[in-house]
Design a protein around this ligand. Structure first.
Ligand SMILES: [Zn+2]
Length: 256
């Protein structure tokens, strides 16, 4: 099943063999120039979504803040390509009119939506950076997992076959996928030194930067004039500490 996914998801997926041939810039090798800002002893490059981000060289808080800012003013900040994509999606003309289409395999639906999330939520920054694999086995521990190496991420979605209703199950998969894409985004572009700080990505990948991003993403995804998807993100697995009961969002996330 994983191979099928890789073949079909040309927008997001990269050949995993290439991942190992790309040199990984070391944190200490970064030279200070106009594109960088210094915070503590770390050197972080400025986050500008008009340019490709650079792997491992951004403050996770900057990534979260800037992406949230773009998503919050989504009504005016969309590019013409994004507007066209959203219009097609809203008018049910293209591949995204697939939610309830029974002839399209579940994994193809997940990949189609992943591509949509990449372009409309993550501003295309995950293109050819992420491989998604649907594991036919369930996991007792996780719904999804993300690993990252050399600027490329592998997402594993563990089977949700215990959910019999196909639409409910797809909602579940898409919610997990969106969370894992958020993990992948921070893992690929976040400063390695900063990632483990609980104020940023945190040891469990659900630190404050991640939570802040999920707040903005959830709002954008549920917006009727935007993606209009109720992915029930509030009910997905996240650390209990600092979260609202039954939800992923920290109690103070919206006020920060
Ligand atoms: Zn850092």
């Amino acid at each position: 099943m994983g191979n099928e996914l890789e073949k079909e998801s040309t927008d997001l997926v990269t050949d995993s063999t290439k991942a190992h041939s790309v040199p990984h810039p070391s944190h200490s090798a970064v030279r200070k120039d106009d594109g960088e800002v210094t915070r503590s002893q770390h050197i972080h490059r400025i986050v500008d979504f008009d340019c490709p981000l650079i792997e491992s060289q951004h403050d996770p808080n900057d990534l979260a803040r800037e992406l949230s800012r773009i998503l919050k003013k989504r009504d005016i900040s969309l590019t013409s390509a994004q507007r066209t994509l959203l219009k097609d999606y809203k008018t049910e003309k293209n591949m995204y009119y697939i939610f309830t289409e029974p002839t399209i395999p579940e994994e193809a639906k997940i990949l189609a939506y992943s591509s949509l999330f990449n372009f409309l939520i993550f501003q295309g920054q995950l293109t050819k950076r992420v491989t998604i694999e649907l594991n036919p086995k369930p996991s007792e521990q996780w719904d999804g997992e993300t690993s990252e190496e050399n600027g490329y991420a592998m997402i594993t979605l563990w089977s949700q076959d215990h959910i019999r209703d196909l639409n409910v199950r797809l909602v579940r998969y898409l919610g997990i996928t969106l969370q894992e894409l958020t993990n992948a985004f921070l893992a690929i572009y976040g400063c390695v030194e900063c990632r483990r700080n609980p104020k940023w990505q945190g040891e469990a990948d659900h630190g404050e930067a991640w939570k802040d991003m999920m707040v903005a993403i959830q709002e954008a995804v549920e917006d009727h004039s935007f993606l209009d998807l109720d992915l029930k993100l509030g009910g997905l697995g996240a650390p209990a500490e600092g979260s609202r009961p039954g939800g992923i969002l920290p109690s103070d996330a919206l006020s920060r």
